[in-house]
Design a protein. Structure first.
Length: 367
């Protein structure tokens, strides 16, 4: 079986709850009011671009966002702000997470002086649990996988009267995931500001990491809303053992990944794609690539030990997945059809994201 799937999108936006909330987005104004807000770097990897025979490669580096190490606080902080504007009686928030989402909720809950309960699945490293609890959240590790943990968090939140803040949507639960997706819009707006300030050319190919798909869908929506069918070509990249979006395309419906759910990219070790995200992904992405752990490690090393002209980027496992997808797309002869599909060639101006900083949670010698 091939490690990529082509998609032929309709490039349409839908008149639904998610679209309505995203169109009313005010996340950048909100985030600028938070302490320690700073627009993250957009690095130019001219040396790597030259080596790979591309016009340019830029990397949006989220490793220092709010000092928390990932982009995730953008979504959950804006979501909690929107929740509290509509319901000031909320006293306890709850979520299920395999890492950075929980860190973000714990952090913003402390700022808003709310109690926070976080459930994590069985594969979650102890270091991640400690990072979440650092801001005062009560963290409970369950002997369940990601999807089962999400179900547990939903059930107990309903029972206890807590506010669930989850980035996965399902029937009857779409507003809060849409608020989270809306919060992610901040760094796409920051990119546009950087492009204008530095007079950079239009990025025509974007590689995006994908877990449940909410962040990837937020990016796709942003470019669809701004450019329509003239948007950049967008490729999603997933770990082979946790490829829910890949397998959903394969089966022509949302489905759980059939892999082992064991990958060093813990933040992407998810289950079935989010309902709202899947709808946008189908409409506005051009394909999906699967990558293995060794390809992730190679990309982390390339960020950490760059060519002479390029800045060093401290990347976590999930943070290097987009680069891994780009390298695989360029280097594999069997990917010729995908390269042609997205027009990836010497004229391409590529955008990547380092979605998280370095983690010490994984022993790579045994991965």
């Amino acid at each position: 079986m091939s490690d990529f799937i082509l998609n032929f999108p309709t490039n349409e936006l839908f008149d639904d709850t998610t679209n309505s909330i995203l169109k009313k987005n005010q996340s950048l104004l909100f985030h600028r009011k938070l302490k320690n807000y700073k627009s993250t770097e957009l690095h130019n990897l001219s040396g790597l671009a030259s080596k790979l025979k591309l016009s340019s490669i830029h990397v949006k580096d989220e490793s220092k966002r709010f000092g928390l190490g990932s982009f995730k606080p953008l979504g959950v902080s804006y979501a909690l702000d929107q929740i509290l504007k509509k319901n000031k009686t909320v006293s306890t928030v709850c979520t299920a997470t395999d890492g950075n989402h929980g860190i973000g909720l714990s952090w913003i809950s402390k700022i808003f002086n709310k109690k926070c309960v976080v459930y994590v699945p069985k594969h979650t490293p102890l270091l991640t649990v400690k990072k979440i609890s650092k801001f005062g959240a009560k963290v409970l590790q369950l002997k369940k996988n990601y999807d089962q943990t999400c179900k547990y968090a939903f059930d107990i939140s309903k029972k206890m009267g807590w506010q669930l803040v989850q980035d996965v949507s399902w029937k009857g639960y779409k507003k809060i995931p849409a608020y989270i997706m809306s919060g992610y819009q901040t760094h796409f707006r920051e990119i546009d500001e950087n492009v204008k300030k530095k007079d950079l050319p239009f990025f025509d190919v974007v590689f995006l990491q994908c877990g449940v798909g909410s962040w990837a869908a937020s990016c796709i929506w942003y470019y669809l809303n701004k450019y329509g069918d003239k948007r950049p070509k967008i490729i999603l990249v997933e770990p082979t053992e946790s490829a829910g979006v890949f397998e959903s395309f394969l089966n022509k419906k949302r489905c759980n990944p059939s892999g082992s759910l064991k990958t060093i990219a813990n933040s992407l070790n998810c289950g079935i794609p989010s309902m709202s995200a899947w709808k946008i992904i189908k409409s506005g992405s051009d394909g999906v690539i699967k990558i293995n752990d060794y390809e992730i490690l190679e990309s982390m090393s390339l960020f950490l030990e760059p060519l002479k002209k390029d800045p060093k980027i401290i990347s976590g496992e999930s943070g290097a997945v987009g680069l891994a997808g780009l390298l695989k797309c360029l280097n594999k002869k069997s990917f010729k059809k995908l390269r042609k599909h997205i027009g990836l060639d010497c004229n391409s101006k590529v955008l990547l994201f380092n979605t998280e900083g370095k983690s010490k949670a994984v022993n790579h010698t045994t991965a």
